[in-house]
Design a protein around this ligand. Structure first.
Ligand SMILES: Nc1ncnc2c1ncn2[C@@H]1O[C@H](COP(=O)(O)OP(=O)(O)OP(=O)(O)O)[C@@H](O)[C@H]1O
Ligand SMILES: [Mg+2]
Length: 364
């Protein structure tokens, strides 16, 4: 096993800049998730690490070795793709053994490694079947098994769960996590699914338009997003954003939202000291809003537009003037569409972004 390092790696396809100046270390044993919308450069980054795509500039290291010019087969990396790419005419056993045979591994050693991987993945009883006789989830496990038997320095996975139905995806996600806990293999995992990123990643790297937006722990990505893009890409429903004007009056600072005014919490003021910004965007997650039917309590007044009971919770969609917000409340909440309610923001959970660049103004 080894760390994987990218240093100032870029990739251009003609006029398209697919990956821009990415510098990133995937530590030994780490499960690093590359997360971002379609077309942001995730697959291209992965393919450059695998050696399937040549970078336009920059260097890639596996361990201490510069592999930028090395052929894919010399990089000691195993890749798992979205479309498993199993050999249809081979049995499960032969699919898993194939790479090892090519590398001249002795027959006994192959049997042992395939047997161990099959046991780990619950494939022992399927070894004689062909791919078409397997379910989607089983095929995906064979693809994983084929990577595991190689015992590579690192795994590269490109949306390996996206062909599975929702239930199987959740199940396989848990299996993947268990597998990583057991094997500890350095993994670079690509997905556009924020749930996969949050649940699997020891760290998450959020990309947009080929550029890394933030590389941090799932907790930091969720609670301390570096900018508005990260803040709204992770979280369902997404973080509420409200344009606000900061007003200084009688020594205090207020955030004006649609003609209503909120005192800015002390914690936020501290971070704003010395920064000259007036136009900002206030961010608050749906679970950090409390909905009250008592409109005299000093919160922001909003008109309820839609109520969505989810079973374990209820989502309340409301309008503060022309700004729409979503609040997550308990399933016991009773309210009516058309009613005016009061929304209180958890002072510890404010996010404030520069109104122009979208960069977070809070560093803690
Ligand atoms: N061979 C190619 N030739 C030209 N442009 C390409 C090529 N491969 C990728 N691109 C472009 O580079 C950008 C990044 O593509 P990439 O496949 O890395 O995105 P992605 O993040 O993996 O997206 P998705 O989530 O849809 O798989 C896109 O704009 C894409 O159109
Ligand atoms: Mg892709």
């Amino acid at each position: 096993m080894a760390s994987v390092r990218l240093e100032h790696v870029s990739k251009r396809f003609g006029a398209v800049s697919a990956v821009e100046d990415v510098t990133l270390t995937i530590n030994d044993h780490e499960f690093l998730v590359l997360l971002g919308p379609s077309g942001c450069g995730k697959t291209t980054t992965l393919r450059m690490v695998a050696g399937l795509e040549e970078s336009t500039s920059g260097a890639i290291y596996i361990g201490d070795q510069d592999v930028s010019q090395a052929a894919p087969k010399d990089r000691d990396i195993a890749m798992v793709f979205q479309n498993y790419a199993l050999y249809p005419h081979m049995t499960v056993y032969d699919n898993m053994a194939f790479g090892l045979k090519l590398h001249g591994v002795p027959r006994d050693a192959i049997a042992k490694r395939v047997g161990d991987a099959a046991e780990m993945l619950g494939l022992q009883n399927l070894l004689k079947r062909r791919p078409k006789e397997l379910s989607g989830g089983q095929r995906q496990r064979v693809a994983l098994g084929r990577a595991i038997v190689r015992d590579p320095a690192a795994f590269l996975m490109d949306e390996p769960l996206s062909n599975l139905d929702a239930q199987l995806r959740t199940q396989t996600r848990v299996e993947l996590k268990r597998l990583h806990q057991r094997l500890g293999t350095t993994t670079l995992y690509v997905t556009h699914d924020q749930t996969e990123a949050m649940t699997l990643g020891t760290r998450i790297v959020v990309m947009k338009d080929g550029v890394v937006q933030q590389a941090a722990s799932p907790d930091d990505i969720y609670h301390r997003p570096a900018n508005q893009f990260v803040a709204t890409f992770v979280g369902t429903p997404p973080m509420n954003l409200m344009p606000v004007h900061l007003e200084r009056r009688d020594g205090a600072v207020y955030a004006a939202i649609e003609g209503q005014r909120l005192a800015v919490p002390q914690r936020v003021l501290g971070a704003l000291a010395g920064i000259q910004v007036e136009k900002t965007t206030l961010g608050i997650r749906p679970e950090d809003l409390t909905v009250s039917r008592d409109v005299g309590d000093g919160g922001l007044q909003a008109v309820v537009r839609v109520i969505e009971p989810m079973g374990h919770e209820t989502l309340v969609y409301g309008d503060i003037g022309s700004t729409s917000v979503i609040a997550r409340t308990s399933n016991a909440w009773t309210g009516r569409v058309g009613e005016t309610v009061s929304l209180t923001l958890d002072e510890r959970r404010w996010h404030l972004f520069d109104g122009v660049s979208g960069t977070s103004l809070l560093s803690d």
